[in-house]
Ligand binder design. Structure first.
Ligand code: CMC
Length: 422
């Protein structure tokens, strides 16, 4: 069987045959048939907008790999900073490279004092930390005028390093402001996750259990990239106009903020709290199926039509965290929800399984994070994915400024009607 596709325009009888490679054929085939013919594909359901060598995802089989390495192996053996290096550079670092990279990140964790004293202090006392983070990321770029020089590799690398290193500092700063606590400066003697947790929680002495430090790192690894999701697409779309990486990453973070994307972990915990007791689970599931209870948050995925492999690891990590912190009382409701949903034809037929957000919120809550911080915790490691994709985009000769077309459905041409005649 030939690996080609032949498309015939029945209006003209014109035919074009193009190769199918890895299940993809070029849309230029349609342009060849008729330059004014477009494919209508809302939400890009059937569109591959770029070539990418960063993350592989097979939603039917429940497979996720970063640069070819299975997520399960990375979560077990690696660290977030090592994974960050891998995503950005394509290969795992050797010992020397890892030491240099870690040292570089650790020495870029501080932010300009004006960010904290002037910028963040301007927020209202009850500002959502994710709203603060999105704007802080964009504001950070104004401190680095070289950020606009996106065509120079050394300058790009510097911004990537800065943003990755400063994300935990910005995140902790937003939290401390929202609860009125004094800012804790980065401690460069600590590991990446320990430094973040220290900036979050330190009041007097702060002793971190190494199991919680590791759990934070695993959560960072699991959230580091997920190919062309809504946030990463926002990064690529904004980056394609050659905006600086801080502005592009702020756009990506804004996309992540939404409850259908990174905001789902927050929505899951609210949903579990509203359900309140395992006895209420069956009734809640019936409401969801009847379209009354909203969606079952933390379930379903555009790509995974199987158990999200990240959810499996997170569920296991949750038990490890609960050994230290005690069980999150919402866990029983979550387990019951999963059990009822997985045995219900409504969810089975639609291939709706737990996604990354179903259990992550329970761990975050057990670690002491307020619900409003959950998406911020997602954004910290995802900054690596955004930047890896941005870097790939800038180096991709086939890319241009993103500019989809539309299917116009408005009025025909008509004459302006003066106000007095309307
Ligand atoms: N609960 C109940 N029904 C659902 C759910 C859900 N969570 N998700 C999808 N469906 C139903 C939906 O109503 C539709 O049914 P029908 O065919 O009868 O109209 C069918 O399943 C297909 O849904 P869809 O909206 O066409 O699927 P999608 O690929 O556009 O949406 C999704 C994917 C993640 C937005 C969606 O599953 C959802 O809203 N899930 C809940 C929110 C959530 O957990 N989001 C986190 C996603 S993973 C992390 C991330 O990407 O950031």
């Amino acid at each position: 069987m030939p690996d080609t596709i032949t498309i015939t325009d029945d209006r003209t009888g014109k035919t074009v045959t193009v190769p199918i490679t890895d299940g993809v054929f070029p849309a230029s085939a349609v342009r060849e048939l008729d330059p004014s013919l477009y494919i209508y594909d809302p939400a890009y359901m059937q569109t591959a907008a770029c070539k990418s060598a960063i993350t592989f995802l097979d939603g039917d089989a429940g497979i996720l790999r970063y640069r070819g390495y299975p997520i399960e192996q990375l979560a077990e053996h690696s660290t977030y900073l090592e994974v960050a290096y891998l995503l950005l550079n394509g290969e795992l670092p050797d010992a020397q490279q890892l030491e240099t990279w870690t040292d570089d990140v650790v020495h870029h964790t501080f932010i300009h004092e004006n960010m904290r004293k002037r910028f963040v202090d301007g927020f209202h006392y009850d500002a959502h930390p994710m709203g603060m983070l999105v704007s802080s990321m964009a504001a950070l770029g104004t401190f680095y005028n070289d950020a606009k020089d996106i065509h120079d590799k050394a300058t790009r690398d510097k911004q990537i390093l800065r943003l990755i290193a400063k994300m935990p500092t910005l995140a902790a700063m937003c939290y401390r402001f929202s609860v009125g606590l004094p800012f804790v400066y980065p401690n460069n003697d600590l590991s990446f996750p320990a430094n973040f947790l220290n900036m979050m929680w330190k009041i007097g002495d702060y002793d971190l259990d190494p199991r919680l430090e590791r759990a934070m790192d695993v959560l960072f690894i699991l959230h580091a990239d997920h190919e062309q999701n809504c946030g990463t697409t926002a990064m690529r779309v904004v980056g394609s106009s050659h905006a600086d990486p801080y502005s592009s990453a702020a756009a990506a973070a804004a996309a992540l903020y939404g409850p259908l994307h990174g905001g789902a972990n927050e929505a899951v915990v609210r949903m579990l709290s509203d359900i309140g007791h395992i006895d209420n689970v069956p009734a809640f599931i019936e409401e969801v199926k009847g379209g009354k209870g909203g969606r079952l948050m933390g379930f379903g995925h555009r790509v995974y039509k199987n158990y999200d492999p990240r959810a499996t690891i997170i569920k296991q990590t949750a038990y490890e965290v609960f050994e230290v912190t005690g069980k999150n009382p919402l866990l029983d409701i979550a387990l019951k929800l999963e059990e009822v949903a997985l045995s219900d034809p409504y969810f089975a037929d639609r291939k709706l399984y737990p996604n990354v957000d179903f259990y992550s919120g329970l761990i975050y809550q057990a670690l002491g994070f307020p619900v409003a911080m959950f998406t911020v915790l997602f954004a910290i490691p995802r900054s690596v994915g955004w930047l890896a994709h941005w870097q790939e985009l800038i180096g991709d000769k086939e890319q241009k400024i993103s500019r989809p077309r539309q299917w116009y459905s408005g009025s025909e041409a008509r004459d302006y009607v003066p106000l007095s005649s309307r």
